[in-house]
Design a protein. Structure first.
Length: 451
C-alpha cells in the first residue's frame, strides 16, 4: 500500500504522469526532475532530447528556455548548455499556405500590392517566416508572416513550460521563479502582436536616429497587421560569415562598439532594452556597423531601475556593501540576507567587471570556458546554501542581454575600454531627464506600455 502511494501520488506520481506525455516539454521536465534527485542517469542525453523537442516548436517557448538558461541555477548545467546553442528548426510554410495566410491578412487581392513576392522563405523567425518582396515603387521589403494559430500554440506551450518549471523548483529552490515566469509569459505574449513589434521598430528608430553605426529598418504601416510585419529590407551578412573572413582587430572592435551602442544607448538614455541579443537578430553592414532585425522582446524600465543598475556597478567597483544593498532594492529584490547578497555580488561582479576596470581588455579574460558557465555553477551552489532568491521581473531581460552580448563580444574577440564606454553613457545620468526622454520617445513611436 505504501509503495503504491509513493508511486501514484505526490511528486513521484506527478513525474510518472509527465513521463507519459512523450515528446512534450512536460516529459522532458520529468527527466530533468529525475536527474536532480538521482532517479536516472544520462543527463547529457536528456539535455539533447530537450534541445530537440524545443527546437522543433513553432513558437517562442524556445526563447523562454534560453532566457532561463542564463540565470544561475534556473536549469541544470547540461540543459543550460544545450539550450544556449538552440536554434529553431521548425519546417517552413509552403507557398500555397503562404498565399492563404497573406490573403487572410491583406485580403484576396494581396498580390496586387506587390510587384514581386518571393515564394520561398528567406529566413525563419521564432513565430513565423520572412519573405523578400518588392513594392510597386521598387522598394525592397521583408514580410514577416506569423505561423497560423500561434496564440493557441503559445498558450499550450506556456502551460507545459510552467508545469516543467514547477516540478524542477520542487527539487531545487535556488531560484524562486514566480516573477521570472510571469515576466517571460508577458513578454512572449507580446511577441504575438506584430503591430506592437512595428511600434518597437519605430521606437528604436527614434532612440538611435543619430547613430551612424546602427540601422533600424523602417516599417510599411499599410502592410502591417497583428500577424504580418512588413519592413525595409536591409542588406548585411551574418556575424559568423564575417568572422570566417578573419577580420582585423580594428574591425572586430568596430563591431563590438556598434553592438554596445545598439543595446546600451537605449537602456541608459531611455530605459529600454532589447532582450534577445541572438546572432540571428542582426546582420553586419559593409562598414562593420549592424542592422537590427527583430524587435519582439523589448522591455521598458522605470528610471529608478536604471539608476539601480548604475548604483550596483558603482557599489561593486568601490566595495560599498550598503550601496549595493540599496541598488538591489531599486532592482526589486526584497529581504536579501547579507549571505545571499554576497552570492549575488559574485554574479553581478562577473557581469559588470569589464565596466569597472579602466583599461583595454577582452570581455572575459579566461578564454578557456563558456561565458558565465563556471561562475554560474558557483552562484547556484551559493544560492542553495543561503536559502535561494526570488529575482524580480526586471532582472530577466537585463541578465539575458548581459550574457548574450558578452557571448557575442567574446566571439568577436573585441578588446576595448568598456569602462570608458560605460562612463561616457552615464556621465550625465538623471532619472527625471531619462523619464522625459522615455515618455517623448514612446509617444512619438506610438508604443503603449502596460503594467
Amino acid at each position: 500500500m505504501a509503495g503504491r502511494d509513493l508511486d501514484d501520488s505526490g511528486l513521484f506520481g506527478e513525474l510518472r504522469r509527465m513521463v507519459r506525455t512523450t515528446g512534450t516539454v512536460g516529459g522532458i521536465a520529468a527527466r530533468i526532475a529525475g536527474h536532480r534527485i538521482g532517479i536516472t542517469g544520462g543527463s547529457a542525453a536528456h539535455a539533447e532530447d530537450l534541445k530537440g523537442v524545443l527546437g522543433g516548436l513553432k513558437g517562442p517557448l524556445m526563447k523562454a528556455a534560453q532566457l532561463l538558461a542564463t540565470i544561475p541555477g534556473a536549469l541544470p548545467d547540461d540543459y543550460a548548455l544545450e539550450l544556449s546553442q538552440l536554434q529553431s528548426n521548425a519546417p517552413p510554410m509552403g507557398w500555397s499556405f503562404v498565399r492563404r495566410r497573406m490573403s487572410t491578412e491583406l485580403g484576396p487581392n494581396w498580390q496586387q500590392r506587390f510587384k514581386q513576392f518571393g515564394q520561398e522563405a528567406a529566413a525563419a523567425a521564432s513565430l513565423g517566416q520572412v519573405h523578400k518582396a518588392v513594392l510597386p515603387d521598387g522598394k525592397i521589403v521583408a514580410c514577416k508572416l506569423q505561423y497560423p494559430d500561434m496564440t493557441t500554440t503559445v498558450e499550450a506551450d506556456l502551460k507545459q513550460f510552467r508545469m516543467a518549471m514547477g516540478v524542477y523548483h520542487r527539487l531545487d529552490n535556488a531560484i524562486r521563479q514566480d516573477d521570472v515566469i510571469e515576466e517571460l509569459t508577458e513578454r512572449l505574449r507580446e511577441e504575438l502582436d506584430y503591430t506592437r513589434e512595428a511600434a518597437n521598430l519605430r521606437l528604436y528608430g527614434v532612440m538611435l536616429r543619430n547613430s551612424e553605426s546602427v540601422t533600424i529598418p523602417r516599417t510599411v504601416p499599410d502592410l502591417c497587421t497583428r500577424r504580418l510585419l512588413t519592413m525595409q529590407w536591409v542588406d548585411g551578412r551574418s556575424l559568423q560569415s564575417v568572422l570566417d573572413t578573419n577580420p582585423s582587430q580594428e574591425e572586430r572592435n568596430a563591431m563590438a562598439r556598434a553592438l554596445f551602442e545598439a543595446w546600451y544607448v537605449p537602456l541608459y538614455r531611455y530605459g529600454v532594452i532589447h532582450g534577445d541579443p541572438h546572432m540571428g537578430n542582426f546582420t553586419v553592414r559593409d562598414d562593420f556597423g549592424f542592422n537590427l532585425l527583430d524587435f519582439g522582446a523589448i522591455r521598458v524600465f522605470r528610471p529608478r531601475f536604471v539608476r539601480g543598475i548604475i548604483e550596483l556597478c558603482e557599489g561593486l567597483r568601490v566595495g560599498d556593501l550598503d550601496r549595493t544593498a540599496h541598488a538591489y532594492e531599486m532592482w526589486g529584490f526584497r529581504n536579501l540576507s547579507r549571505d545571499t547578497m554576497t552570492v549575488l555580488n559574485e554574479w553581478a561582479s562577473f557581469l559588470y567587471e569589464p565596466l569597472m576596470q579602466d583599461r583595454e581588455r577582452a570581455i572575459q579574460e579566461d578564454e578557456g570556458s563558456i561565458f558565465g558557465r563556471d561562475i554560474a555553477a558557483r552562484v547556484h551552489a551559493g544560492l542553495q546554501r543561503t536559502g535561494g532568491v526570488k529575482p524580480p521581473r526586471e532582472f530577466v531581460l537585463v541578465d539575458r542581454s548581459a550574457i548574450g552580448l558578452g557571448s557575442v563580444f567574446m566571439r568577436l574577440g573585441a578588446k576595448l575600454n568598456w569602462h570608458r564606454m560605460f562612463q561616457d553613457l552615464i556621465a550625465d545620468f538623471n532619472e527625471d531627464d531619462l523619464a522625459r526622454r522615455q515618455q517623448a520617445a514612446l509617444q512619438e513611436a506610438g508604443v503603449k506600455v502596460g503594467a
